[in-house]
Design a protein around this ligand. Sequence first.
Ligand code: B3K
Ligand code: ZN
Length: 899
Amino acid sequence: MTAVEQSLPEQNHQPKTIYLKDYQVPDYLVKTTDLRFEIYDGETIVSAMLDLYRNPAATTAATQLRLHGADLELISISLDDKVLTPADYEFGEESLTLFNTPETFKLLTITKIKPEANTSLEGLYRSRTMYCTQCEAEGFRKITYYLDRPDVMSEFTTTVVADKKYPVLLSNGNLLEQGELDNNRHYAIWHDPFKKPAYLFALVAGDLAHIEDSFTTCSGREVALKIFVEPKDLDKCDHAMTSLKNSMRWDEEVYGREYDLNIFMIVAVDDFNMGAMENKGLNIFNTSCVLAKPETTTDAGFQRVEGVVAHEYFHNWSGNRVTCRDWFQLSLKEGFTVYRDAEFSADMGSRTVKRVEGVTLLRTLQFAEDAGPMAHPIRPESYIEISNFYTMTVYEKGAEIIRMLATLLGKDNFRKGTDLYFDRHDGQAVTTEDFVAALADASGRDLTQFKRWYSQAGTPRLEVTDHYDEDAQEYRLTFKQSCPATPECQHKLPFHIPVAMGLLGSAGDLPLYLKDAEPDFETSDNTYKVLELTQAEQSFVFQRVQEKPVPSLLRGFSAPVKLHYHYSRADLVLLMSRDSDGFNRWEASQQLGLAAIYTAMQHYQQGGDLSGWVLDADLIEAYRSVLQDESLDQAMVAYMLSLPSEAYLSELAEVVDVEAIHYSRLAVRKALAHALRDEFVRIYNAYNHQQAYRVTADAIASRSLKNVALAYLILLNDETLIRACEQQYRTSNNMTDVMAALTQLVNSESSLGQGLAENALADFYQRWQHESLVVNQWLMVQASCSLPNTLAKVKALLEHPGFDGKNPNKIRALIASFCNSNAINFHANAGAGYQFLADQIIQLNRQNPQIASRLLTPLTKWKKYNSQQQTLMKAELERIMAEPQLSKDVFEVVSKSLA
Ligand code: B3K
Ligand code: ZN
């Protein structure tokens, strides 16, 4: 068997589970890593010179070295200049073991790889006209034999050699040297002085254009900033550059973190499995997360670029300078960095809006994950394929855990804690325990119980009851916490939960005199408190309460829990209009919306007709007052008027009734549109002025409110309004307004709307066919259309020249949008949607296992549907399971879903 055959990812046997409890330090470490890449058409020769030494911390004096390697063709291997023969080593699954290895030695391996044939987009691969890499988590082993684990940190020097048709040759660190070679070839040598794990390695070779700027750090060092793109995209880089400079400044100001190399580079790549990658000094980005200009990019797109640029930049400290000991610690860098980027975005735009968006994401997607077969704590105990654990839980819930720590410690102590963490562990590969220990040491707080958030999965439930004693003027709040069983843990111990709160009286916030605690007039006006829950049941008594208050609980969503308190409609209306906490004002609007939808659902489920559905007058008035409230940020008005999504309604349901959810929500929206038509028209007209496009929070807010009004108005099936929508499509100068109008036309139930939609879709493609990212939006709007017959259209689009089954962005835009954001169609037609998805997954399983595995998510939720749907979904999972050569990625998700 050849080396290549040996390392093929065959899965005829059960893939192995890796456990956190089995962690062992590496036997060998790598002092320096010298790489040379000779890139030729069709193949690349990689020479790796490793300076190895036995790890003094290893428990036994190892005389073998097991290197990772996959899909490599070994050409030669020498140890301290002696060429090794097959008797000196052995191939295993994804490994190469050397025998009789000395205390220290130099190992030179020469291997051949085929980037052009690499469709997994992991390791070194080709995307359109360029070569690029993606190594996290375990892709470096597809480049050369190596100790591909994050606790092996080494100093890298990289030589890239290629034909001059690839003028740009990049790698990590600072450029040491470049020059010409024979045969129209040239080279560049890069040196990264910071030791790093292999997952942070990067290389790019291509014919790229770039924009350039510079940043002067807080200590006065000048850093060159470069963004590399295909020449056609050079006009779409400015927003990313501005975002980068803002991020660099913010990390200095808020965390005291200065950038450390002479140069910081970003490269935009069209074929990329996720958003972006924080390789040291050379971030590689999905084009969708760098490129932005008003004509092609929506406001959401602009914000995503800002957020992802910041996220990857912040990793330079939270991830690169201090990295993870093993992949179970992933949330150490991801949760923390998501928290950092969310706070950055909050500082750049509107804090409340950012929080509403973050919580919406968490409560729809992460809560669903926590309640499904793939539930895991933010620090998992085991995995089969680590790529499957780049999850909402590790990222978003992980960020909530950091947010709770920040809340519990307070601003100053939290900063002391992060300073200590960075100082103490700079240059090390550490654990989440180390992170919490630094925060505990710096603040003097005992965080022992808090650490349960790292090891217990599931979303805690908080039941709150209260009692007002008018005579004693005392108000008692009682909290009961519990947490549902998850696959690996049946019984949970109580969590340490910060509950930020206030009490509302008829005239607004009341002062808080918590029994046995000091009132806080020094740092605040004493109307806000953080209660700390640590027991299964706990009460708090407030004194000098002169009227029965309405509690404002979990302000700013201070903990990732499901809160239950029985609010009356009047309570919610009060909170929605008067709470000093913007987040809870929005939350009250959502509770009101939920209740209205549930009423309609009950009617529908009892066989009732929803046409002409009307809402109670007081509810209408509550929404009307939001529209008229001048104190509110327009973006908040837009969010308060948007009803809870179908995805959130599904997450909340015990058994998801897809049709009831869809039609009831639609009926409530129509009822609101009828009742508030004049207000919506007023708002639409007030904000529908063609102005120069700006990406400020205010401008984004106005567009978003206007487009929410439009979305309601279109439901009235009124010819004038539909034509206004079409006019917005035709005349807008920015993609936000164009897409908003196109979406409404495509979803319009009227024949006029449908006719206009057809023309607009044709016009749109004609106009934007050469802009791949814009075509993706065109695919997405069609795949998300809730009208019947969408599956047939999606299938037809698979054959359209605007689709490319090898490009992850296209797969997400068409296939994932249909299966994740179009429940009414995905679950229709006796399982046709399920079968369609399973077919796609089977096709992608070998081509790109990571993408195949991601696509599985909607099928993993099969237990939440009715028995007929369950049977059909399960049958598709079983069909996938029966496939030969299932990738580890797909195997893990399918087998856990069926377990
Ligand atoms: N660290 C990368 C994610 C890598 C995913 C590998 N399957 C991007 C990020 O979170 O910043
Ligand atoms: Zn990250």
